[in-house]
Write a protein that binds this ligand. Structure first.
Ligand SMILES: *Cc1c(COP(=O)(O)O)cnc(C)c1O
Length: 410
């Protein structure tokens, strides 16, 4: 069965599903960048970017993806010979470390494996051991999109404060912003990086760096800063063009304007977080239901503790090579594209063969997530992958639980 009819569903963890309204907002003639609607729109856009990150501090926008936002943050934070303490809970934590190392920054890695969250005690020990105070910043992901682990940012802040170490806390929230609760100021985050194409529901092309006042002051003398990446003028411009180091990403800004309207002013951030949590719980219930009591079928959520699981994406392990076969099946027969496993496997096994990822980030609702799960169950039946009955029913029940239980029984 082909899927020429109906809408295809890209359920990979970025780019996410783009709302038609966002795309339509971009479909327009080029606006004037010197006067009129676009420049006038900027103050409100920056207010809303602060609101979505729960901060009163500034934000710099770049024409870039998440990797560009990493480089922007790196360039502003470090001088050659500084040290970065990189907390690694998956491929993207390792990615940030690999991105900063060639810039001449010394990297100290704390790797917590692929199924665990950051252990703040190890961070504390590493900071205590840094007697020379060479660690300029702690770099960590909020959600690592490959393992689907969600780290406790406030707990890391607490140990930095306990040790009394001056290091900045820099957080990659590319996968989690506007999906999982994120509280920049309350959690004491100094620098946060994000990109447009995940929870922010805007096509890839905008990178963001939020900057606390403390970070701005601690980094004034950083010597890796180059003119294009310099966050100073972008966050506090004297002229409009300085916000973007050149021509503004005009159409993306209109898309982002609409996306932030939807997130903040229509649904509301609390409701957005609650929706992601409800969909995540439905996915977890399906996986646990298929695995069956005692885990007979070897269909596993990568992160055992629900408190440490992302609400934006779920990484699942199947026996190799089922994961790639299942992805192929739902793609071919159901028009659903699931995420590949990335950086997960034992040596000798391709991650794509024994892991897949189900995204539930951004512009998604219950029928999309339950639909993706139902096609996955069809794929298991089609391919003869052993599983327990009841996964879908458990997902439906979990959803009802999130919505508020069975009410008004007829
Ligand atoms: C997607 C992602 C990135 C990389 O973003 P790109 O836009 O692909 O460069 C970095 N970190 C995390 C946690 C991500 O999910």
């Amino acid at each position: 069965m082909t899927h020429i009819a109906g809408r295809p569903y890209l359920a990979i963890p970025g780019p996410s599903v783009m709302p038609d309204r966002v795309l339509n907002a971009m479909h327009r003639a080029s606006p004037d960048i010197y006067a009129g609607e676009l420049p006038e729109m900027m103050a409100g856009l920056y207010d809303d970017l602060r609101a979505v990150a729960r901060t009163r501090h500034g934000v710099a926008i770049y024409i870039a993806n998440g990797h560009g936002a990493w480089e922007a943050a790196n360039s502003n934070m470090f001088s050659p010979g500084d040290r970065a303490l990189c907390l690694i809970t998956g491929h993207f934590g390792e990615g940030w470390a690999r991105w900063v190392e060639p810039m001449g920054v010394e990297v100290e890695r704390l790797d917590f494996g692929r199924q665990n969250a950051v252990d703040p005690e190890r961070v504390k020990a590493a900071l205590r051991a840094d007697r020379g105070g060479r660690i300029k910043a702690v770099l960590m992901t909020h959600v690592d999109t490959t393992t689907s682990v969600r780290n406790d940012i406030a707990a890391v802040r607490a140990v930095i404060d306990e040790v009394g170490h001056p290091a900045l806390l820099a957080v990659d929230a590319v996968a989690s912003l506007a999906c999982d609760r994120f509280e920049m100021d309350e959690w004491g985050v100094d620098v946060m990086v994000c990109a447009s194409q995940k929870g922010l529901m805007t096509p890839p092309g905008l990178g963001f760096v939020w900057i606390s006042r403390k970070a701005r002051e601690a980094c004034v003398a950083s010597r890796l800063r180059t003119p294009y990446w310099d966050w100073t003028r972008r966050a506090e411009p004297e002229e409009f063009y300085q916000r973007f180091g050149g021509t503004a990403p005009t159409h993306h800004l209109y898309g982002l304007r609409t996306a932030l309207d939807m997130i903040l002013h229509e649904e509301g951030l609390d409701a957005v977080w609650a929706r992601h949590e409800a969909l995540a719980k439905a996915v977890w219930a399906a996986i646990e239901g298929w695995d069956g009591p005692g885990g007979a079928h070897d269909i596993r959520l990568n992160i055992a503790d629900p408190a440490l699981r992302s609400h934006a994406v779920t990484t699942v392990r199947f026996r190799a090579p089922y994961a790639s076969k299942l992805r192929e099946w739902v793609q071919t027969h159901a028009g659903v594209t699931l995420g590949i496993g990335l950086g997960m496997s034992e040596p000798g096994v391709e991650s794509t063969h024994d892991h897949l990822r189900i995204a539930h980030m951004g512009h998604v609702n219950a029928h999309m997530t339950l639909g993706a799960l139902a096609t996955l169950e069809a794929a298991m039946k089609g391919l003869g992958v052993a599983h327990d009955a009841g996964g879908l029913s458990a997902a439906a029940q979990a959803l009802v639980g999130s919505i508020g239980g069975v009410h008004d029984k007829l």
